[in-house]
Design a protein around this ligand. Structure first.
Ligand SMILES: *[C@@H]1O[C@H](CO)[C@@H](O)[C@H](O)[C@H]1NC(C)=O
Ligand SMILES: *[C@@H]1O[C@H](CO)[C@@H](O)[C@H](O)[C@H]1NC(C)=O
Length: 201
C-alpha cells in the first residue's frame, strides 16, 4: 500500500513538473503584430531573396502591458499545407514539442517596435509554404505572447520559399531530358542518313 502511494505521488510529481514548465501555444495572447514583406502567394528563392519584417506590440490593444517582455524572436513557420504527412514539422500545442516554427530569423532583447528588419533567406531553407510568427519571452525564457502574419487557422497571407536543392533537382531533370532528347535525335538522324545513303546507292 505504501509503495503504491509512493509511486502515485512520484508520478504526480513528475506530471506537475512537466505541466508547470510547458507553455501551451493556445494559452498565449496575440498581443504582437507582425508585418512581413512577402505578398500572399509570392515565391521567394533561398539564398537570393530577402524578407523584411516589422513587428512589436499591437498598440491598438490598449490593455496590453509589455513590462514583462524581455526577449523577442521572429520565426519562419510551416503552413499546414507543408506539414501534411511530415511528422518532423508537426504542430504541437506544447511549445517545447512544437515543430511548426523551425527557423529563427530574429533573436534580440525586446523592443516595443522593430521597423524593417531585413533577413536574407538562408540557403538551407527547404521548399515549403510559410508564414511569419513572433514570440516574446519573460525573464524565465518562457513564451508569453505572440503575433503572426496569418489568421488563426493559418490559411491566409502565406508565401512560398523555393529551396536550393529543389532548384538543382529541376535543373538536373531538365538536363537529363535534354540529353535523352539529344541522343534520340542523334539516333534518328543516323537512321535517316543511313536510309538516304541506301536509296542513293
Ligand atoms: C491589433 O489587434 C486588433 C485587435 O485584435 C486587430 O484587429 C488588429 O488587426 C491588430 N493590428 C495588427 C497590426 O495586427
Ligand atoms: C484586452 O482587450 C481585448 C480587446 O478589447 C480583449 O479581448 C482582451 O481580453 C483584453 N485582455 C485583458 C487582459 O484584459
Amino acid at each position: 500500500m505504501k509503495s503504491i502511494v509512493l509511486k502515485i505521488s512520484l508520478i504526480l510529481f513528475f506530471l506537475s513538473k512537466t505541466i508547470k514548465g510547458d507553455v501551451l501555444f493556445s494559452s498565449l495572447p496575440r498581443s504582437l503584430f507582425v508585418v512581413a514583406s512577402p505578398m500572399e502567394g509570392q515565391v521567394l528563392k533561398a539564398s537570393e531573396d530577402d524578407i523584411t519584417v516589422t513587428f512589436g506590440l499591437n498598440q491598438t490593444l490598449t490593455n496590453q502591458t509589455d513590462g514583462s517582455y524581455k526577449k523577442a524572436k521572429v520565426k519562419l513557420c510551416y503552413a499546414p499545407v507543408s506539414q501534411v504527412d511530415r511528422k518532423w514539422r508537426k504542430t504541437n500545442d506544447n511549445l517545447k514539442k512544437d515543430k511548426t516554427c523551425q527557423f529563427t530569423i530574429y533573436d534580440k532583447p525586446y523592443e516595443r517596435n522593430v521597423e524593417g528588419f531585413k533577413w536574407n533567406i538562408e540557403k538551407d531553407l527547404p521548399t515549403a509554404t510559410y508564414f511569419v510568427r513572433s514570440y516574446v519571452y519573460n525573464d524565465a525564457d518562457e513564451a508569453i505572447a505572440y503575433g503572426q502574419t496569418t489568421n488563426d487557422k493559418k490559411t491566409d497571407n502565406l508565401f512560398k520559399i523555393q529551396g536550393i536543392s529543389g532548384r538543382h533537382v529541376s535543373v538536373d531533370i531538365a538536363s537529363v531530358c535534354f540529353s535523352v532528347f539529344a541522343l534520340l535525335s542523334l539516333v534518328g538522324f543516323f537512321f535517316i542518313e543511313k536510309r538516304q545513303s541506301k536509296v542513293k546507292s
